[in-house]
Design a binder for this molecule. Structure first.
Ligand SMILES: [Zn+2]
Ligand SMILES: [Zn+2]
Length: 248
């Protein structure tokens, strides 16, 4: 895959295309908006990558990755979700929140490669994909993917699966268009997403790892896991980019 940030100075062909590249490749960091003189990948400067609020898996709820001192959080104790284990790369705060916004809502799909690399490293460090049969992206609705031009969770899952040399399977689909979870208050999110996923019968007997961008209340992730379990999946885990510190 060509890398727009690789230096190719001296090539007459590239020199000819430079003005065009300048239009296509963002020249400012997606997080701090400083000129991208110190490149860290994906259109984000090295300093911003280094300052992302990384989440230590040992200090988070093993079921939903909520920071909780490493014990199951109250929500998971009272109503254990269908997901057996969740690990998150970072907290949905500060630079990671800005970076996620660029990735999901502002067309920065070039962030999929460096974010996928971080998810793959997290999977290796936590063994969350150990013994699993496939990565399964949590799909957005068809309309939102059309508007955006890409499915963020699918891009993340593709890149992560490629680096882990494991399969990515599309075992979930949306049964209906539903308002974005982010547009709803927390108590309404569960009802909004209930029954929103259909799982393929190919989930039967499999150990699967969901891939998603952000977990806020957990409603979407838990419903996706529930659908896979209802289709016969043996176990469902999750690998996500960011976790909100508190349900909002
Ligand atoms: Zn920056
Ligand atoms: Zn929890």
């Amino acid at each position: 895959m060509p890398n727009a940030e690789t230096s190719t100075a001296g090539s007459p062909a590239i020199a000819f295309f430079d003005p065009l590249l300048a239009l296509l490749v963002p020249s400012r960091c997606a997080v701090c908006e400083a000129p991208r003189v110190d490149l860290g990948g994906g259109g984000v400067c090295r300093a911003c990558w280094a300052s992302l609020p990384v989440l230590d898996a040992a200090s988070a709820c093993p079921r939903c990755a909520l920071p909780s001192g490493g014990c199951p959080c109250e929500g998971c104790r009272l109503a254990p979700p269908a997901v057996a284990r969740t690990v998150a790369f970072g907290l949905y705060a500060g630079g990671l929140r800005t970076l996620h916004h660029a990735f999901k809502f502002a067309g920065w799909d070039l962030l999929a490669a460096p974010l996928g690399a971080r998810l793959a490293a997290l999977a290796r460090a936590t063994a969350v994909t150990q013994g699993a049969d496939a990565l399964v992206p949590v799909p957005s609705t068809r309309r939102r993917n059309r508007e955006r031009g890409y499915d963020p969770a699918m891009l993340l899952a593709d890149e992560t699966a490629r680096l882990l040399r494991g399969p990515r399977r599309t075992l979930l689909s949306r049964t209906r268009e539903s308002p974005p979870q982010s547009s709803l208050p927390a108590p309404n999110r569960r009802a909004n997403i209930e029954g929103a996923f259909a799982a393929s019968p190919r989930a039967h007997g499999r150990v699967l790892v969901l891939v998603d961008d952000v977990v806020t209340t957990g409603a979407t992730l838990f419903e996706a896991a529930r659908a896979l379990r209802a289709a016969g999946a043996l176990e469902v885990r999750a690998l996500v980019l960011a976790r909100t510190p508190e349900p909002t």
